[in-house]
Ligand binder design. Sequence first.
Ligand code: UDX
Ligand code: UDX
Length: 478
Amino acid sequence: MKIACIGAGYVGGPTMAMVALKCPDIEVVVVDINEERIKAWNSDKLPIYEPGLLEVVQEARGRNLFFSTDTKKHVGEADIIFVSVNTPTKTHGIGAGKAADLTYWEGAARLIASVSTSSKIVVEKSTVPVKTAEAIGKVLRRNCQDPNVNFEILSNPEFLAEGTAIEDLQHPDRVLIGGADTESGQKAIKTLAEVYAHWIPRERILTANLWSAELAKLTANAFLAQRISSINAISALCEATGADVSQVAHAIGTDSRIGPKFLNASVGFGGSCFQKDILNLCYVCETVGLKEVADYWYQVVSMNDYQKQRFVERVIGAMFNTVSQKKIAIYGFAFKKDTGDTRETPAIDVCKGLIRDGAKCCIYDPEVTPEQIFRDLSAPKFEWDRPNYSRSQSHMLENVQVQSDPIAAADGAHAICVLTEWDEFKKYDFAALYEKMVKPAFIFDGRNILDHAKLREIGFIVYALGKPLDQFLQKNYS
Ligand code: UDX
Ligand code: UDX
């Protein structure tokens, strides 16, 4: 059997590497239009940072795992084709700001149709709006010259989280496969289930109809994001009333019906999926006339925007209502730890908010490149989900500096903002950093990872999200 995957990104790369590792009898080729990315996948400096990924790639690469730009050849030869290309949010036209732009998906479908001389199973891996399979099916069937070629479309949503992708792929809670309720649809589901059964217990391989599988992906992400927005809403209330959000989260998390995971208050959720999937969900609701349902879910995104804005206002308010010309060190730019991914990272909105008020941001992140940071801070909203989006002219960048050394980033700064929960931040010598900073020296912990009591002992004015406010800060807010 041969598998091809279109799109060698955060989803396609690691997923196919794991399939190849676990299924030595299957040839897996990952193709991409981006030559540089493919080159990187073929080297030992992979294009994405993911703990444990290199070892998996090294074991399978050249054996039964290949990375190539020859899309036509490998798609033509494959029995199963995974599609994992970008699905950006539309920026203009009908549904702008919420609907998914399926340009790349449709392009992939046309390509598959044009090179297919044998029947194929086409698997949706990218997040797509509900009913995409129907549209894609039409494109495939109408564009293939050979009447004997049959296309079976499956929805097999990815649930891996970045930073823990290898563990998630190796031991998933479940694999979900949706397919048509026809004989050939069920056969295709079985074929794909066989692939996963190489390493995943059968009872964890769930099957569903196509629409349920597509909707389950959007719903799972909407529920996860909702938990974060819920605890973030409570974090604001904690600050206003003197409660501690960690204690509240711990207390509710011990209720087995609620559970302890995903209850960390933060400066906001980021990542390529949460916001986009919720917006997609809302758009689907609106198109079928369910305005109240759409409004309900929109609120999860609004609360996330509020949390980022609230953080910016805290920083500015604490620093005597002016950050003009003040250097602020930003610790962490990735949307979470253990990844170099910055898509929809809260750091973008926080930095832009501070710069708009005149601050000079000096950014340090152990994995994100300066080029990426400059691109993110100059690009318009939603641009990140287009292949090869580039840096544009923006006055924002005049006030951005990227530092490869965290100590230098804090030198002469008025404040440090922790925006990503990287483990290394906990180990820094903050007494030494304090010496280098302008006084009063502030720390704004947007992830609640630092030892706040110790920082206060050193002399810092500390703001910790959702925690009782420092006396110093209360004066500014009363
Ligand atoms: C995830 C989701 O699955 C997707 O829905 C979302 O839009 C982006 O995030 P991910 O693998 O993380 O996918 O995305 P990304 O790292 O951007 O990878 C997509 C890859 O597809 C890129 O390498 C891009 O070059 C490639 N691509 C895109 C193609 O090969 N052909 C195209 O026509 C378009
Ligand atoms: C998410 C889903 O978890 C995954 O199943 C899906 O396939 C893709 O989207 P990912 O975006 O990679 O994965 O990371 P995740 O761990 O879910 O974190 C998303 C965001 O929420 C991050 O910005 C993270 O910092 C934030 N978060 C998470 C919190 O703020 N608090 C929490 O308690 C958990």
